[in-house]
Design a binder for this molecule. Structure first.
Ligand code: AP5
Length: 257
């Protein structure tokens, strides 16, 4: 990946704002001085985390670290990890923490993550959250903000029933709200889209239950640390993207300012 500085990220991302304004906004966000944005997207299945993480990757060049995508890639490649987690994903259960944390730490060790990461679907348990915080501390980094995608269960079930995904490049579509241009093929690579096995209504309900039990407590965990920002995830994709664009400058710290 082309290497760019935090200053350049600011420039490509925000029109019409001076660097000083952005630095002031950054300081206004809990005085956190992370050198690059490390954002966590926290929210139930189908709340739109992947859709917006993909946009942050395109618009701001952050690495999209999606644990769901990483597991699906392992499954597609038939690796040992893929074989171990295949049934777990199909049933909508959580993969054990040790396997998940090891996979995330491997990905974080790659040099492209130095310019910032959006964690999409990680952490989902308290142990995962603590492991991430410890790892970032070790490297003098920190979590910039945790964005909580707020939405009702009924809206989720409806969205996931219409979700389609490209098995090759992981792009996400929706037959109602974000249609592919050509029938059910990926706009980017033309591969026929799939309906994920874990998007069947009974598996979705199970994933929602697991989310409520194991992941939802993280909302309070991050709120107590003043890291949490709420977003109304029932708004349109474009409205949420515009809100993210507005927030991004306060997450970007430029040590040279
Ligand atoms: P993962 O792939 O991460 O699934 P998830 O978190 O359940 O999230 P989804 O991908 O279902 O939804 P999303 O919030 O990204 O929504 P999306 O943008 O696609 O994980 C899969 C599995 O892997 C887990 O069940 C578990 O087994 C395992 N796993 C992953 N991480 C793990 C971890 N940390 N620990 C243990 N196990 C782990 O949007 C949904 C649909 O809605 C799309 O069709 C989209 O086009 C549409 N849409 C999006 N936004 C809007 C909007 N604003 N308005 C209308 N439609 C919209």
């Amino acid at each position: 990946m082309e290497q760019v500085s935090a200053r350049e990220i600011s420039r490509v991302s925000v029109e019409g704002q001076t660097s000083t304004m952005m630095a002031n906004q950054k300081r206004a966000f809990n005085n956190r001085t992370c050198e690059a944005p490390y954002l966590i997207f926290l929210g139930p299945p189908g709340s739109g985390k992947g859709t917006q993480a993909e946009k942050l990757h395109k618009n701001f060049r952050l690495v999209q670290l999606s644990t769901g995508n990483l597991f699906r890639e392992q499954i597609a490649q038939g690796t040992e990890l893929g074989l171990r987690v295949k049934d777990i994903l199909a049933k909508g259960e959580l993969v054990p923490d040790d396997l998940t944390i090891a996979m995330v730490m491997d990905r974080l060790a790659k040099p492209d993550t130095i310019m910032g990461v959006v964690f999409d679907g990680f952490p989902r348990t308290l142990d995962q959250a603590l492991a991430l915080q410890n790892k970032l501390d070790e490297h003098g980094k920190c979590i910039t903000a945790v964005i909580h995608f707020n939405i009702t269960d009924d809206q989720i079930v409806e969205r996931l029933g219409a979700r389609r995904m490209c098995p090759k490049d992981n792009s996400i579509y929706n037959l109602k709200s974000y249609k592919p241009k050509d029938d059910e093929k990926c706009d980017i690579c033309g591969t026929p889209l799939i309906h994920r096995a874990d998007d069947k209504p009974d598996v979705v309900r199970h994933r929602l239950n697991i989310y409520r039990q194991q992941t939802e407590p993280l909302i309070e965990f991050y709120r107590e640390q003043d890291m949490l920002i709420e977003i109304d995830a029932a708004r349109t994709i474009e409205e949420i993207e515009a809100q993210m664009d507005e927030w991004m400058p306060m997450f970007i710290y430029d040590a040279n300012e």
